[in-house]
Design a protein around this ligand. Structure first.
Ligand code: 26Y
Length: 819
């Protein structure tokens, strides 16, 4: 193959225009004069991907040639965000494209706005996967991302009378210009049936799986371009389809409806992303999804990516499968099955290989978030895998028993099979036993994982547990999201920081430079005006650039404590209407919320309703004189994040200590010059250590204090009784001040706070209010605030996902850069 594919487009304005018009005319089949914005967007996307094609083919060619070790990132979620801007940045084409489109009378911004983001994830875990594959491509590390091409991603959120209503996310409806389907490379994934013993031709007694049904997995490839480095890795997402044989047999039997039903059944597997996070429902379809993509991926890697004559004993030299939480852990028995049943390897050999080929990342501490699959369901859906899991467990527990002198209590504690409330496979245990390494996602989280969640395993496997603090890609979350700040940074410290983010340190002295501070403030104001334009158009909201912009954007979950934020707002409001403070005396603030609630998470949806109720009252009460404003734009997603975060002054990271594994929004805010108000939790701790106490508003119980309070018996109502300001805030809600006098609407939220409050919002209320008062006062000192904001940027370089990847590469994967 020649270096560039035939007809690689020229990197010039004229070269681009020619290619763009060719795509418009011959690809879309329309003339420029009659083309729609969507036609233009699709043609542009295809044109841009032409520029990436030579790099992609070259990456694949060299990989085939060198057989360098790489990562297979297994993730049920990828929250990618829009692709166009990132592809333009990676190719360095933005200016050429802008000018070229201009010549055609087309506005690049309008085409960017046309792209519907692929929302193939729920929140942090899915976005982390997207950041990681971006970093690996940029660092020239071979990686293939494997996942599911959901036909519908995370639901589109709308509000009807303040309540969340979910709409289907038809992200494919207007065309999917970034994907490359390869139906000819489909894999077959089987389910159900039974297992049996048989004597093989070599006389060996073996087990085999006689499956009951099967589906086809069709790969869709996506480019993952490195930042201006000539590398393009691959993201391969699987789509489920009925197999022809399956269809035809039923169809031929004359039962057309049954044939269609079978097709629907198969295609349901990749139909829709589960919108739950942190609360696994033992749904059969979810297990089908997990096995579907993992089985297709392992088969694809072993049988298609590897060379035909590859010696599978060398598999660990060629690949490491990284398990993004427990969702892909069924891959462990699957690889075992492939090696033993299909490749006829011995158990011991296969197990030795498997243990070197997997590593596991845990993303939670909440006990209810740890996935288990009932033995009953697993046995029905994947009978051979259940056998393999049993044997893994048996041999593992034998070793435990040997090592600890038959300590039966310990053996049952460590069993991969739980006995209560039903027999079930603990996927985190399986991952821990099989994984070469197990990591948490921030220092505190990794510590608690070892000490509280898996202490027996930490003792049994010394050196297996490690920490890799999460990170975010500066390409998307600084360069693309915040061009004004990026320009300011480059003016000050030159280029190079975007791929070496620790260089932001060089900004530190500029905190003392008055002119730089002025420019920095102007960047913030500019980003607030940009956000204002977006929100006016999107939701009819206005943002005043003189307000402190106080932002809480993340999934709606009780442990994240959006209610604590609401109590703060209500307290501020109550201070005004009671006459305690004059509106003119408070720092004017706009509160922005963004949050989706899992559709079945009742209390979370009530909290959304409450936020909207509070907003409707506060925003329209003349007594407030516009000094407080509450905005809750619906459908918070990556695209909106890119506009909100750069405009923020204050980042709300207020989870109960010990509950937020890491957080990654917290990093994005700090990198964009917002100060954090936060608890001693997750990566907040590392952020505070780096930016310094003076540039961070810490409040709340520490994790050991939380444990102590639980242990002694937490009585939330005692905080209500003893703090008059808390009492007034809760009473206002309870009396219907935010529900037109209706006392019933928010009774569940109030009742939950007073009598349960699992996440101790009331215990942290006083400390939070005091910290917020400090925030208000600090913002009034514009210069000091700006200094702190600059130092937040300068000292947050650690949170680049390039650094996270460096850690995984050096300590877990051992996959050096390829070229
Ligand atoms: C099993 C199913 C219900 C499920 C689906 C999605 C379970 C969990 C999830 C998603 C979890 C998640 O997003 N966790 C977040 O991962 C981030 C990246 O590591 C962390 O920063 C964040 O603290 C954690 O909540």
């Amino acid at each position: 193959l020649a270096l560039a594919p035939v007809g690689s487009p020229a990197s010039s304005v004229d070269g681009f225009v020619r290619e763009f018009l060719r795509e418009l005319n011959y690809g879309q089949g329309v003339a420029l004069s009659t083309s729609s914005v969507n036609d233009q967007y699709l043609a542009l996307a295809r044109t841009v991907r032409h520029y990436l094609m030579a790099r992609w083919l070259e990456t694949l060619r060299r990989q085939a040639e060198t057989q360098a070790k790489g990562v297979a990132y297994l993730s049920a979620e990828y929250l990618l965000g829009r692709q166009l801007g990132n592809a333009l940045l990676a190719t360095g084409l933005t200016e050429i494209v802008e000018e070229g489109l201009g010549k055609c009378g087309v506005d690049l911004a309008a085409l960017r706005a046309q792209e519907v983001e692929p929302g193939l994830g729920n929140g942090g875990l899915g976005r982390l996967a997207a950041c990681f594959i971006d970093s690996l491509a940029t660092m020239s590390v071979p990686c293939i991302g494997y996942g599911i091409r959901y036909e519908y991603g995370i639901f589109r959120q709308t509000f009807v009378e303040g309540r969340q209503v979910e709409q289907a996310d038809s992200w494919l409806a207007l065309g999917a210009p970034w994907e490359f389907p390869h139906p000819e490379a489909a894999q077959i994934v089987t389910f159900g049936g039974h297992t049996e013993k048989y004597t093989d031709t070599d006389g060996v007694e073996r087990s085999r799986w006689v499956a009951g049904w099967k589906v086809k997995a069709i790969p869709y490839n996506y480019m993952v371009p490195g930042y201006q480095n000539g590398r393009v890795n691959t993201l391969r997402l699987w789509r489920a389809q009925a197999t022809d044989a399956f269809d035809l047999k039923i169809f031929n039997s004359g039962d057309y409806e049954e044939a269609v039903r079978a097709q629907t059944f198969a295609e349901n597997i990749s139909k829709v992303l589960y919108p739950e996070d942190s609360t696994p429902q033992g749904k059969e379809l979810r297990l089908q999804q997990q096995y579907f993509f993992v089985s297709a991926s392992i088969h694809d890697f072993v049988n298609s990516v590897l060379p035909k004559d590859f010696d599978l004993h060398k598999l660990p030299d060629r690949i490491i499968f990284q398990l993004n939480d427990t969702h892909p852990v069924i891959g462990v028995p699957e690889l075992m099955r492939v090696l033993i049943d299909e490749k006829k390897m011995d158990w011991d050999e296969a197990w030795a290989i498997t243990q070197q080929c997997f590593a596991y990342t845990c993303h939670t501490l909440l006990p209810e978030a740890l996935e288990v699959w009932s033995v009953d369901l697993l046995g029905r859906l994947l009978p051979r895998h259940l056998e393999i899991i049993y044997r893994i467990n048996e041999e593992f527990l034998e070793r435990v028993s040997e090592r600890f002198d038959g300590d039966q209590l310990r053996v049952s504690r460590m069993s991969i099979i739980a006995e209560h409330p039903e027999r079930a496979v603990r996927m985190a245990y399986l991952a821990t036993v099989a994984g070469a390494k197990v990591n948490g996602v921030a220092e505190l989280h990794s510590q608690l994982l070892r000490d509280k969640v898996l202490p027996d395993f930490d003792e049994f496997f010394p050196g297996k547990f490690t920490n890799v603090t999460n990170g975010v890609t500066p390409r998307r979350f600084v360069r693309l999201a915040n061009p004004a700040l990026s320009e300011l940074i480059t003016d000050a410290i030159g280029v190079g920081w975007l791929t070496d983010l620790e260089r932001l340190r060089e900004l530190e002295p500029y905190a003392e430079d008055e002119e730089f501070r002025d420019r920095f403030r102007e960047v913030k104001a500019h980003n607030k005006r940009r956000l204002n334009r977006v929100l006016v158009e999107r939701d009819g909201f206005t943002v005043d650039d003189s307000h402190l912009l106080d932002v809480m954007v993340k999934r709606l979950h009780e442990y994240k404590r959006q209610t604590l934020k609401v109590l703060h707002i209500v307290t501020e409001y109550e201070r005004i209407i009671s006459g305690e403070v004059k509106p003119a005396d408070i720092t004017p603030r706009t509160f922005i919320f963004g949050a989706k609630a899992a559709p079945g998470y009742k209390i979370a949806k009530d909290i959304i309703h409450l936020i909207n109720g509070v907003g409707a009252v506060v925003n329209n009460d003349k007594r407030v004189e516009g000094r407080l404003k509450v905005l809750f734009p619906p459908n918070y997603n990556v695209t909106l994040a890119e506009k909100v975060i750069p405009a923020a002054d204050l980042s709300e990271q207020i989870s109960l200590a010990g509950k937020e594994a890491s957080g990654t929004g917290n990093m994005k805010f700090a990198l964009n010059g917002a100060l954090t108000i936060g608890t001693d939790d997750g990566a907040n701790i590392e952020i505070r250590e780096l930016v310094g106490d003076d540039n961070f508003f810490l409040f709340g119980l520490l994790e050991p204090e939380v444990e102590a309070l639980y242990a002694k018996g937490y009585v939330p109502s005692s905080f209500y009784e003893s703090d008059p300001s808390l009492k007034r805030a809760i009473d206002l809600i309870a009396q219907g001040a935010f529900s037109d006098g209706d006392r019933d609407v928010f009774a569940p939220v109030v009742g939950n706070l007073l009598y349960e409050d699992r996440f101790m919002a009331l215990a942290d209320y006083r400390a939070y209010i005091d910290a917020q008062d400090k925030v208000g006062a600090a913002y009034a000192d514009t210069d000091a605030w700006t200094r702190s904001a600059i130092l937040n940027v300068a000292r947050s370089g650690f949170f680049s996902s390039d650094r996270s990847m460096r850690h995984y590469i050096d300590r877990i994967w051992h996959t050096p850069p390829a070229f």
